[in-house]
Design a protein around this ligand. Structure first.
Ligand code: C2E
Ligand code: MG
Ligand code: MG
Length: 640
C-alpha cells in the first residue's frame, strides 16, 4: 500500500461504518433515507475507484482497466455534488417545484450530462484525461470542466439550502451546508500538497456529520413498525404546506385499536402492527407508489402520496381496504380488526396540519361502512376554522354583544300546556354566522370566558322573567344551563342570588341544569354551591342523562329535582332491551321523587311513547326549535 492512499482507506472505513449503521438502524426506507443512501454509495464508489487508481498507478500495463477506473472515479466524483444537491432538494421537499421549472432542471441535470458525454468520448478524444507514453495519468484539455460543474452544483445546493433555510432548524442547516466548506478546504490542501489525498476523507467526514445531525432515525422512525412516526408526519405535512406541495394521504385507522391492545397485550399488538406495516410497505413497493409511510400510534397508518401518483390514489386506497379486510392473525388466532380507509387531499380538504390530525382522530368515530371514505365528504372545514379561531370569536362576541339567548318550550304532559322553557345560548359571528354552543362552550370553559358568558345568560333570563310579557305567559320557570366550570367557582351561589335579587325574581322561577358529567365531579365547591342554592329554593335538573358513565351514587346524593333524558338515549332504535331499560330508568327516577324531561323528541310517536311511560315533560323539535325571545313569546301565546 502506498502512503498516499491512507486517507482514502480511512474514508472507506468511515463510509462503510455509516452504511452498516444505516442498515442496522433500518434507515433504508423513505425518500430522505433513499437520497442519503444514494449519496453515500456514490461517495463509496468514488473512494473505492480512487483507491483503485492509486494502486494501478504503480503497475504497468492494464491500460483499459486504468481508463475504466479513472472514468469511474471521475464520474462518481462528479455525481457526489449532484447527489448532494438532490439530498438538499429532498430535505426541503421541493421536487414538485423543480419539476415545473425548466431552467433549474437544466441547471441541475445539464452539467452532469455534459460531463457524462465528455467521459464517454474521452477514450477517443482524451479531452478529460489520458495515459501518456509512461501510462501516467495526465489531465486533458477539458479537465477544468469537472471543477466548473462541481462549483455550479455546490452553488446550486447552497442556493436551495439558503432559500429554504426556514424549513430547517439551525443545527440541521449547519450540518447540511458544512459539506461545502469542508470540501473547499480539502481541495485547497490537496492543491498545495498533492501527496495528501484528503478529499475523500474530508467528504466522508462531512457525510458522517450529516448522518449524525440530520439522519437521526430515533427522531423519525417508529421502532416497532419501522415506519416514520407522528413527529415526521407533522413535519412533512407542514413542510409540504409551506412549499405549496399538494399531497394525497391515504389514512388507515384501526378503529378498535384499544380493544385489540387490551386483548393482546403489549407484545401481541406490536406484532400485529408490524404485520400491518410490513403489508403496507410491501404494497407500496409492488404498486411502485413510493409513498412516505407513517405510523402515528394508536393504530393509525398513513401513506403520503406524491403528485406523480395522484391518478391511482383511489384505486390504491381500494386495494389497501381489501388488504385490510383480508384480516390478520396472531398465534393462530384470527383477529377482528375494525378498520377504516380514507382519502384526504392537502391542501384542498385541510387548511392546516392541526385539522388534519384532528380529523384523523375523528375518523374513529365514523360508523363502519367497509368502503373507502373521502375526507371532503366528512370534514366540515368551516368547523375547524371556527375551532381554531374560537377564542377570538368569543372575545368579539363579548365585546360586540353577539350573544343572545333563545328559548325552547317544554311541554308538560300532565298539564297539557307549555309550562317552562330551556334557555339556550346563541352566538352569531359576523364572519362565521351561528357558531354551535358545543364548540364555543368548551372553549369558553378552557379560557375562563364562561364566567362572563354564564353571568350574561343568567342576567338575560332574569331580565326576561322580570318583564311583563313573560309574566303574561304563565310559565313556571326557565331552565338555565350551568357549566361545570361555573359550578366549581366558590362564589357561584352569591352571584346567582345577587342577580335574582337585582331583578326581584323568586328562586322557584329558575331551574339550573347541570350535565351528568359535571355531576360526577366530587369537587367540594360544586357540592357546596348546589346545597346553598338548593336551600335558597332553587331547583336543579340533571342534564343529558344517559350520555356519560352515570355515577348513580353521586346523582342520588345531589339535590336534583328533574332529570333530563338525553336525545341520544331516547332517540335510538326501539329494541326490546332498550325499552326495558328506559321503562325502569324512568320508574327509578320517579321512585326517587324526580320529574323527567325527555329531550330531543322529534316525532309524534315519541311523544306518545314517553307520555305512555308517564314522563312529565317533553322538549324537542316536535314542538319547537329554540326560538329568539320575541318568537318564543308569540309561540307560547299562540299555543296556550
Ligand atoms: P343541552 O343543554 O342538552 O341542550 C339541548 C340541546 O338539544 C340544544 O342544543 C337543543 O337545541 C337541542 N335540541 C332540542 N330539541 C332537539 C330535537 O328535537 N332534536 C335535536 N337533534 N336536538 C334538539 P344546542 O342549543 O345546540 O346546545 C347544545 C349544548 O350546549 C346544550 O345542550 C348545553 O349543554 C350547551 N349550552 C347551550 N346554552 C348554554 C349556556 O347558556 N350555558 C352553558 N353552560 N351551556 C349551554
Ligand atoms: Mg340543557
Ligand atoms: Mg341536554
Amino acid at each position: 500500500m502506498k502512503t498516499a492512499a491512507y486517507f482514502d482507506y480511512c474514508a472507506l472505513i468511515i463510509l462503510l461504518l455509516i452504511l452498516i449503521a444505516m442498515i442496522i438502524r433500518r434507515m433504508t426506507k423513505g425518500k430522505l433515507n433513499r437520497c442519503f443512501l444514494t449519496m453515500l454509495i456514490v461517495v463509496l464508489i468514488s473512494d473505492i475507484a480512487d483507491i483503485g487508481t492509486i494502486h494501478l498507478e504503480y503497475v504497468s500495463g492494464y491500460v483499459t482497466i486504468k481508463y475504466m477506473t479513472h472514468t469511474l472515479y471521475l464520474m462518481s466524483h462528479i455525481l457526489t455534488p449532484f447527489s448532494y444537491v438532490i439530498y438538499i432538494i429532498a430535505q426541503a421537499d421541493i421536487w414538485h417545484k423543480l419539476r415545473r421549472n425548466r431552467f433549474q432542471k437544466i441547471l441541475l441535470f445539464g452539467p452532469i450530462l455534459v460531463v457524462a458525454a465528455a467521459l464517454a468520448v474521452n477514450p477517443f478524444t482524451h479531452i478529460m484525461f489520458y495515459l501518456d507514453e509512461n501510462d501516467a495519468y495526465t489531465r486533458g484539455s477539458c479537465f477544468l470542466l469537472l471543477y466548473i460543474v462541481t462549483v455550479v452544483l455546490c452553488a446550486l445546493g447552497l442556493y436551495y439550502a439558503f432559500k429554504y433555510k426556514e424549513l430547517f432548524d439551525s443545527k440541521r442547516f449547519a450540518a447540511l451546508i458544512a459539506l461545502v466548506p469542508i470540501m473547499f478546504v480539502a481541495v485547497v490542501v490537496q492543491f498545495f500538497y498533492p501527496e495528501l489525498l484528503v478529499e475523500m476523507f474530508s467528504l466522508s467526514c462531512g457525510i458522517l456529520l450529516i448522518c449524525m445531525v440530520i439522519q437521526r432515525p430515533e427522531e423519525v422512525i417508529d421502532t416497532e413498525t419501522g415506519l416514520c412516526k407522528l413527529s415526521a408526519y407533522v413535519a412533512d405535512v407542514n413542510r409540504a404546506a409551506e412549499n405549496e406541495k399538494p399531497l394525497q394521504i391515504i389514512m388507515i385507522n384501526i378503529t378498535n385499536y384499544y380493544a385489540v391492545r387490551d386483548m393482546l397485550g403489549y407484545d401481541g399488538i406490536n406484532r400485529v402492527l408490524k404485520d400491518i406495516a410490513d403489508k403496507i410497505v410491501d404494497f407500496d413497493r409492488k404498486q411502485m407508489i413510493r409513498a412516505e409511510l407513517y405510523y402515528l400510534g394508536a393504530g393509525k397508518f398513513r401513506l403520503a402520496i406524491d403528485e406523480l401518483h395522484f391518478d391511482k390514489t383511489e384505486e390504491n386506497a381500494r386495494m389497501i381496504n381489501e388488504l385490510m379486510k383480508g384480516g390478520f392473525s396472531l398465534n393462530q388466532m384470527d383477529l377482528n380488526l375494525v378498520h377504516c380507509v380514507c382519502i384526504a387531499r392537502c391542501p384542498e380538504d385541510f387548511p392546516d396540519v392541526e385539522s388534519l390530525l384532528a380529523f384523523g382522530n375523528e375518523l374513529n368515530t365514523i360508523p363502519y361502512t367497509g368502503e373507502v371514505l373521502y375526507a371532503s365528504n366528512i370534514f366540515k372545514k368551516n368547523f375547524y376554522d371556527i375551532r381554531k379561531d374560537v377564542d377570538s370569536i368569543i372575545e368579539r362576541a363579548l365585546a360586540d354583544h353577539n350573544f343572545s339567548v333563545y328559548y325552547q318550550p317544554i311541554y308538560s304532559v300532565e298539564e297539557g300546556r307549555f309550562n317552562s322553557a330551556e334557555a339556550l345560548l346563541r352566538l352569531k359571528d359576523e364572519k362565521y354566522g351561528f357558531v354551535p354552543p358545543d364548540i364555543f362552550i368548551p372553549a369558553a370553559e378552557k379560557s375562563g370566558a364562561i364566567h362572563k358568558i354564564g353571568a350574561f345568560v343568567l342576567e338575560e333570563v332574569c331580565r326576561f322573567i322580570a318583564s311583563a310579557e313573560y309574566q303574561a305567559l304563565n310559565l313556571d320557570y326557565v331552565e338555565i344551563n350551568l357549566s361545570v366550570v361555573q359550578c366549581m367557582r366558590s362564589d357561584l351561589a352569591d352571584q346567582v342570588m345577587d342577580i335574582l335579587n337585582r331583578f326581584r325574581i323568586r328562586p322557584e322561577q329558575i331551574n339550573l341544569e347541570i350535565t351528568e358529567t359535571a355531576a360526577s365531579y366530587s369537587q367540594n365547591a360544586l357540592i357546596q354551591n348546589l346545597n346553598v342554592l338548593n336551600e335558597a329554593g332553587i331547583s336543579f335538573s340533571l342534564d343529558d342523562f344517559g350520555t356519560g358513565y352515570s355515577n348513580m351514587l353521586r346523582i342520588a346524593s345531589l339535590p336534583f329535582h328533574i332529570v333530563k333524558l338525553d336525545k341520544s338515549f331516547v332517540g335510538g332504535e326501539a329494541n326490546s332491551k332498550l325499552l326495558i331499560m328506559l321503562r325502569n330508568t324512568i320508574r327509578m327516577f320517579k321512585a326517587m321523587n324526580m320529574k323527567i324531561v325527555v329531550e330531543g323528541v322529534e316525532t309524534e310517536d315519541m311523544v306518545k311513547q314517553f307520555s305512555d311511560m308517564e314522563c312529565e315533560y317533553i322538549q324537542g323539535y316536535y314542538y319547537s326549535k329554540p326560538l329568539p325571545k320575541d318568537e318564543f313569546v308569540k309561540f307560547i301565546r299562540n299555543n296556550f
